[in-house]
Design a protein around this ligand. Structure first.
Ligand SMILES: [Mg+2]
Length: 186
């Protein structure tokens, strides 16, 4: 199973940035990206924070100004996702069940099923965001987790798998691994 996923390059993100604030959204536009799907937990806010700060509000302002179709795509529950999404005036999908496709499809449906190549997914986890996004054919940017110590047990388990994936990437495809310049201790 894992072998197959490696063969299909489902664990190969297209880019790596330390945080969402380091993403050059204007450049994404020139690459043909029209839709931004962003993970919530540990990509935009840590698990123990519920609200958006000024910097995050400004980030979403910029996304709206650049006329992206923006969705927060989260595996978390409705209450938490809705509260945050309303603050930043974004549409959202909760209980998305990444890496499965159903949550992404809920968002795609709302924007008329655009070409997957026009969708950029930004997230912090290889097992949910990178795997899910690449299965969909999206452009995937992986970022460092904001804060690891408040993660739940299943995320901790995913991190364990992630570590193995990263080791495998480094071993099998060092050139790719180096190009990505991953700095977080994964
Ligand atoms: Mg996350």
């Amino acid at each position: 199973m894992i072998e197959l996923l490696f063969k299909k390059k489902y664990f190969y993100p297209d880019d790596y940035k330390k945080t969402v604030f380091d993403v050059d959204f204007k450049k994404l536009k020139t690459l043909g990206i029209e839709n931004i799907f962003i993970d919530l937990d540990n990509t935009l806010i840590p698990y123990d924070i519920h609200e958006a700060d000024q910097k995050t509000l400004a980030l979403f302002d910029n996304l709206h100004k650049l006329e992206f179709q923006v969705f927060i795509i989260s595996n978390n529950k409705k209450g938490r996702v809705k509260l945050f999404a309303n603050m930043v005036e974004s549409r959202y999908v909760y209980s998305a069940q990444k890496p499965f496709k159903s949550g992404f499809k809920r968002a795609l449906k709302k924007v008329g099923y655009p070409d997957p190549k026009t969708v950029c997914l930004i997230g912090d986890q290889f097992m949910t965001d990178v795997l899910g996004g690449k299965r969909m054919g999206f452009y995937v940017i992986v970022v460092d987790a904001i804060k690891r110590n408040s993660e739940k047990w299943y995320t901790k388990y995913n991190r364990h798998l992630e570590k193995k994936i990263l080791q495998r990437l480094r071993r099998n495809d060092y050139e790719f691994y180096e190009r990505l310049k991953l700095t977080e201790k994964r």
